[in-house]
Each structure stands twice: as structure tokens, then as C-alpha cells.
Design a protein. Sequence first.
Length: 582
Amino acid sequence: MLARKALETQFLTDGILDKEKLERARAEALRTGTSLLEVIPLLGYATSEAVYRCLAAYCQLPFVLASKMDIPETVVKNVPARFATHYGFVPIAEKNGALVVAVSDPLNAQLLDDIRLVLKRRIEPVVTMPEEIERATKTLYGLGADTVERILSEQDSVASLLSLDTQQLGSDLGDENIDASIIKFVNEVLMEAIHSEATDIHIEPFEDLLRVRYRIDGILYQVPTPATIRGFQSAIVSRIKIMANMNIAEKRLPQDGKIPVSLGDGQYDLRVSVLPTVFGETVNIRILSRTSMFLTLDQLGFLPDDLLQFNAFLTKPHGIILVTGPTGSGKTTTLYASLNKLNKVDRKVITIEDPIEYQLKGITQMQVQPRIGFDFALGLRSMLRHDPDIMMVGEIRDFETAEMAIRSSLTGHLVFSTLHTNDAAGAVTRLVDMGVEPFLIASTMIAAIAQRLVRCVCVKCSEPYEPDASVLREFGVTLTGLETATFRRGRGCDACRHTGYKGRIAIYEILTFSGNVKEMTYRRAPATEIKRKGREQGMRTLRESGWQQVCLGRTTLEEVMRVTSDVDVLDAIETGDASVQV
């Protein structure tokens, strides 16, 4: 108790707190039942690092950032993960026969004694932050390492475990033990993914490892996991199948399912897909947040003039608006934002999707069921009997669906859909390739909108910079008008996982079907000619739209180049124009 009082005095001496803030922090710590060390950063009085540096100075111990240290593998191997996780410490190094351990509360003498007792050796404590301990433990041991060790402790050897399937695991370890441990591990994977704001979880078995990866802001990152987790692949997949209401006995066919999850105030739908592979079943889990999905058109990344143009499309009484791009480019989010704007009491809105990613209040949504013959084309026919004003087709995949969508627009309906093409002009070529007559396309199309998602510069660590001239040349920027640009990049911080990027916005290429474009469509002009005509009429390409976002300091040249390299480089070769208009 005296040590705690002396520490409070140290906070006052070092300027971490004043007397008024100290009293507020004490009251909040008492109310919440947490320590003063945790409360001070939460109240915003000082950073966590400043608080724990002060604690280290008071205890006359070194302060370290555990997750950034190069810790020898031999040190980690000598300390079981379950001990490090349970007692909340990180083994750092060997020093004069003692083990150096990083702890967040060196004033807790009982904790230090317990660590000495379980490790049966002398220890030397150093100070770090609780979040550093959590981060370093996951990096050193892997996600769920303590859970895996707990199961393995009941086995004679890892080698004997690797040959067991799920049923054998259950019988050998005891159903309750294996169920509880596997449930805990799967929950840890899901919670970590949600906290990391991942959009997908990939669980992939290979001959000698089970790889877990998260897709965050469009980029895949491997999650550290213990090597021994490979032996529990079947049990993990079975647990996920049970959660998603799948058939756990069927391992030869692909399966799809859905898991509703609540975490704190957040509500999530996890869309699960299981595929059989040579080394077992692989799992993909798409994480869909019910609360963060409902973006308005203003939040998607439309530039002001593009937003005015897009809003004008939404006022049309009939016709087709197509959003194009590869999988994961945000097409469905754009369509949902459009439907949200159009969703009024005096309008009937019906959608047919595969799958329904988000439920929109006030809109009738249908799910495709291919197994019973309920496909997009049949759904479209049924829609027309329900007197809709606005219709959305999840994706146009074949001639029958395309023809039905076009005929629906001809009979006075506003139709939205998506198409897999590289750019906006490619939508025409794709529909013709499906067998749709060009005169029907020309008569019904309002606009084709291509889009990509680019990562945003992290707002917490962004800084101004001057891009290299060679990068500007590679990007194809004309070196005029750069004085109006605000170039920014992220240094890298904990908030952005030291990538310099946090969050994503869309860049758009909007092709309006004006009279000239309709005429070119009717005579089957190539996509490159249609695109050139669109640019003459003021259309921005994806790369030009990205350049505008770069000039506003929202993203970087390298990021725009990464997501548009498959489109604009080829266009530049075909059209002979390699410059971006500023």
C-alpha cells in the first residue's frame, strides 16, 4: 500500500498528473475496480508508455518495448506458453544465470514469487506495458498457444497426435477437454480477427502446417500460431461447421454457412465457406459488421462532382446502373448505399442476392437457392409480379439473368446490378459476350461504374512528404499543377499495424451512357474506343480518380498504382496516352 502511495507521488513529481487529475483517476479506478496504471491512459491524462516509464523509473528497473525486441528462440522455448499467458509476462533474455522477464506490475511481489516458483529459477524483472505483453506473447508463441499446450500436455507426444482425426481426438483426450479447448481456440481466432478489423479469415491446411491469415484493408497477413496446431485441423474445422450449422460428417463436398456473433456492442454475421483440399478442408470466413456497413454515398469516397453525377443517376425512373470490378472491390457496399438513399415509403424495393450480405430495413430481400432451382433469372421473373419500383440483382452471371434485367428496365423499373469487368467500358463487351443484343444495352443502360478500394493514410501517424520524381513518372502524372497537391504518408504506428494505412475508400470510373456512347454500343465498338469517348466527355479513369485522392492527402501514389495496374497500364498502351490529367 505504501508503495502505491509513493508511486502516486512519483506521478505528481514527474508531471504525469496534477492533484485534481489524480483524485479523478483514483475515483475512476475505485468505481471500475481497475488499477490506477490502466485508468490514467483511459482518461487521456497520459500515454500508456509515459505511465509505465514512470513506473519503471520509480522501481529503478529498465523499461522495454517487449514486442519490438529481438528475443532469442532458445529463451522462448524454455518457458511454456501457458505459464507466460497465465502470469502475464514475457521472457526477454538470459543474464548471468537468471531469466529476464518483462512484467507490467513489478510492485506485485506475489506475482514475481509465483513466476520464480513455476519456472524454478531466478528471475530479473523489467517493466513493459500490458498491451506490449499481449502483442509479444502472440508473436512469440502464436495465437492460442496456451490452449494448444494444454491439450498436448495430456498426450505422450506430438507425433502420435498428428495421425488422429476429430473422433480419435475426442476419444483419446476426453470429449469435454477437447471441446472446451478447441472452442476456446476458435473463439480466440474470431475475436482477434474482429478486433483487428479483418474482413476475412483464411484457415488453410498444408502438409506440415496449418496457416491462419487475416485480410485487413485488402492485404493478407499471416497470424502467428504454434506449429503443433496442425494436429487439430480437423477438430477446428468441425467446431466451425457446428457453429455454422453445416454437416460435420461431409468432408468431400464444399459447404456454406453463416454464424451470427455478438462482441460487445457490435453485431456481426460470419459467412463461412469450407472447401475440400488434398491436405484436409480449408475454411474462409467473411466478417460482415451489421453496424459499420451502412455507409452513405458521401462516405464512400466519391469526389464532389462524381457524387453529383451519381445522385443524378438515382433520380432516373427506369434503366440499368451497373457497378463493375473484381471480387472484394466494394461493389455491394456501393449498391447498398444507393438503395439506402432510395429507400422511401412511396417506393417498393426488392433485391435478389447470393448471399444476402446485410439486411436492409424496409427492403424486401431474397436469397438465391441454386439447389432447388431458385436462381437470379427465376427471382427476377417473380419480382415483377410484386410491383417493384427499384430492383437489385446481386450479380449478372449469364445471358438469362442479363436479358431479364434488361427487359425489367424496359418495362419501367430502375435496376441495379454488379458485373465482373476490369473497367466501366468493359461492361458493354461483357454483356455482348453473354449474348445480349447491343441495341438493348444502348436502350437501357444509364451508367457503368468501375471501382476499386484503396487504403487510406493512417490519420494517427500521417506526415507530409515529397514523392520521388521517378514514382511520379511511373504513375504517369503530368508535372503541372502539383503546387495544389497535399502529399501525405503514414510513418507506421500501433493503430495501423505499422503499415502506414488504416481503412479504405473507393475510387471510381463513371461512364455515362450519353448519345455518343449509346451509338458506339449499338455498332459494337471496342471497349477502348468507348473508354476514349468517355474520357473526351469528362470521365475520369480509375487512376485519375486515385490521383485526386492522392492530391487530397487521403492515400498514396504507390497504393493507387497497386490497385489500378491491371487497368490503366494496359489502357495507356492501347490508347497511346500514359498521362494522368491533373
